[in-house]
Ligand binder design. Structure first.
Ligand code: NDP
Length: 281
């Protein structure tokens, strides 16, 4: 493919304070093909880091990916896309190993991950088929575990510290009014406990692990819930203490913070970024 045009100087990643810089670091982002994951990939690049996006999609969302590439090229950074199913342990192991080796070889040292791939499905609990329940847990819990495990392995083998950010949800803390998302809510609570559990084991290697728990964000995932029941937006807005739902950009700074040295003593924590939603529940 022809190289995209260089970005204007104003778009360059020069403003991140040193404490929050991800310069010379490479980060893996699952679910990085669209939605929140792709926005967080942009945040990492804006903070001076290189990114490997993993997603089950054949290709990432075209226009956002083009902007990401443009910014990366303008700043001498790397962005790569890897089709990968997070529930396939071997695939995850191979991709993370290859990304870590390539980053280290370029001097953009492998630093960690954002485990963001996730799915949801609304069904009344009394009718939830066990197979569907298993599928949600497999992606949202086992997929997150695979990502964290092989990230931590690569870091431990390189004898370097690093940072793992798991995207949970406020649904891991409260049961959302107006939605029937038992499997999803269970999965998001599970990864918070997973985080605390692996934090016990990996802190000794300098590998920090935290969850970031967003409130409602307007993405394809929530658009689907609104198609199923448009009335639900009123219920969501009732808990929106800041008077609005979230947008993917609201999570850029919190995610970069958790990844960065600025969060060097933040470990086994859950950072709620929900516009006050949990506080109002
Ligand atoms: P999207 O559906 O827009 O993005 C999720 C991405 O993950 C999709 O590209 C999806 O592909 C991909 N994915 C699904 N299954 C797998 C798999 N097995 N392996 C690899 N990739 C996979 O959702 P959001 O951006 O809204 O959500 C991102 C994360 O944020 C999720 O973990 C979600 O639970 C969490 N979150 C979202 C909130 C919201 O309001 N949107 C609120 C709180 C948390 P495909 O499209 O094919 O499924």
């Amino acid at each position: 493919d022809p190289a995209p045009e260089a970005a204007p100087a104003s778009a360059r990643a020069t403003t991140t304070p040193a404490l929050f810089s991800l310069a010379s670091k490479t980060v893996v982002i699952t679910g990085g093909g669209r939605g929140l994951g792709l926005t967080l990939a942009l945040a990492v690049v804006e903070a001076g880091g290189s990114v490997a996006c993993l997603d089950i999609l054949d290709a990432p969302a075209a226009s956002e990916w083009a902007s990401l590439q443009k910014l990366a090229i303008a700043n001498g950074l790397h962005v790569t896309y890897h089709k990968c199913d997070v529930t396939n342990e071997q695939e995850v192991a191979e991709v993370i190993k290859a990304v870590a080796a390539a980053g280290d070889a370029r001097g953009s040292l492998f630093w960690g991950c954002i485990a963001c791939a996730g799915i949801q499905q609304q069904l009344p609990a009394l009718e939830y088929p066990a197979a569907d329940f298993d599928r949600i847990l497999r992606v949202n819990v086992t997929g997150v575990f695979n990502t964290c495990k092989y990230t931590a392995r690569a870091l431990k083998e390189s004898r370097r510290p690093g940072s793992i950010v798991i995207i949970s949800s406020m649904s891991g803390n409260i049961a959302n009014r107006g939605l029937s998302c038992t499997a999803y809510n269970s999965s998001k609570a599970a990864v918070q406990q997973m985080c605390r559990s692996v934090a016990q084991e990996w802190g000794q290697y300098g590998i920090r692990v935290n969850t970031l728990s967003p409130g409602y964000i307007r993405t394809a995932m929530t658009d689907q819930l609104l198609v199923e029941n448009p009335e639900v937006e009123k219920i969501w807005m009732a808990g929106a203490l800041l008077g609005r739902l979230g947008v993917p950009e609201d999570f850029k700074a919190p995610a970069v913070f958790l990844l960065s040295e600025g969060a060097s003593f933040v470990h086994g924590a859950d950072l709620r970024v929900d516009g006050g939603h949990c506080a109002s529940a």
